[in-house]
Design a protein around this ligand. Structure first.
Ligand SMILES: C[S@@+](CC[C@H](N)C(=O)[O-])C[C@H]1O[C@@H](n2cnc3c(N)ncnc32)[C@H](O)[C@@H]1O
Length: 240
């Protein structure tokens, strides 16, 4: 299994969380004055809000998420995914901040596909560089569509599904069932789902929904002890 040390995690992630929070607060206030409210669960509202932002605005409001990704994602991966090239999905990848962390920490030769509903976000994501730990370019591509629509992947073809700042911030117990069904379909028998929890999807709801769908809970990983979100890890059981 892949093993990533705490030393690696703290030395590779960005620092300075107070500046990151300040930038987010200032940008969210400016967006609010322009009538752009991104903390929504309706597909159309979310799409309109993210599509109306510049890359700088998105990066500012997404700064705390990006800071947390560099800690939460490797902690969730370690001990749960095999140390061989993986086929990976990054759901709601935005401008690619979570995709960059996956590209860096996934074993060399992995292939990551980001799904995102807002095409303007993907234009930024496509311009970024995605590097593996050895500095070589990572294999990354993107698909513009909602994650509650049928995924484009064949059955039992995906080793790892990641969602950072999407399930717990934009999906609800009422809107997630199509995604859960698709995760059951596309994950390999040993596949793993790392899904964020948050205000719109509390951990208790996600645990119940995933257990009902036959997934086994493997743990909850956060960026720091005060983080009330983080990602829950589930393994897939085709026996259920
Ligand atoms: C908080 S951002 C997180 C972006 C990225 N995962 C990261 O960690 O930096 C949430 C992203 O999810 C996207 N999103 C929200 N609902 C979605 C849906 N139903 N399908 C696909 N993307 C969605 C938004 O457009 C936005 O780019």
């Amino acid at each position: 299994m892949l093993s990533i040390s705490e030393y690696d995690i703290t030395s590779n992630g960005p620092g300075g969380i107070l500046c990151v929070w300040w930038r987010q607060w200032r940008t969210e206030r400016a967006l609010g004055h322009r009538g752009i409210h991104f903390r929504a669960t309706s597909f159309d509202e979310v799409l309109a809000a993210y599509a109306a932002m510049t890359q700088e605005e998105f990066d500012a409001i997404n700064g705390p998420q990006e800071w947390a990704n560099w800690r939460t994602i490797p902690r969730a991966m370690t001990g749960h995914v095999p140390d061989r090239p993986l086929r990976v999905l990054d759901l709601g990848c935005g401008t690619g901040a979570s995709t960059r962390v996956l590209a860096f920490y996934c074993p060399q030769g992995s292939h990551i596909t980001g799904y995102e509903i807002a095409e303007p976000m993907l234009q930024f994501a496509r311009r970024r560089e995605y590097r593996q730990r050895n500095g070589e370019p990572a294999k990354v591509d993107f698909i513009c569509q909602g994650v509650t629509e049928p995924l484009r992947e064949p059955d039992a073809s995906i080793d790892l599904i990641n969602a950072s700042g999407v399930v717990g911030h934009h999906l609800t117990p009422a809107t997630i069932p199509p995604l859960v069904a698709e995760m059951r379909r596309v994950l390999t028998p040993s596949g793993v789902a790392m899904l964020d929890v948050g205000p719109t999807m509390p951990g208790s709801d996600l645990l119940r929904i995933m257990a009902d769908a036959g997934f086994a809970y493997q743990g909850h990983y956060t960026s720091w002890f005060g983080d009330r979100t983080g990602e829950m890890v589930f393994s897939f059981s085709h026996a259920s």
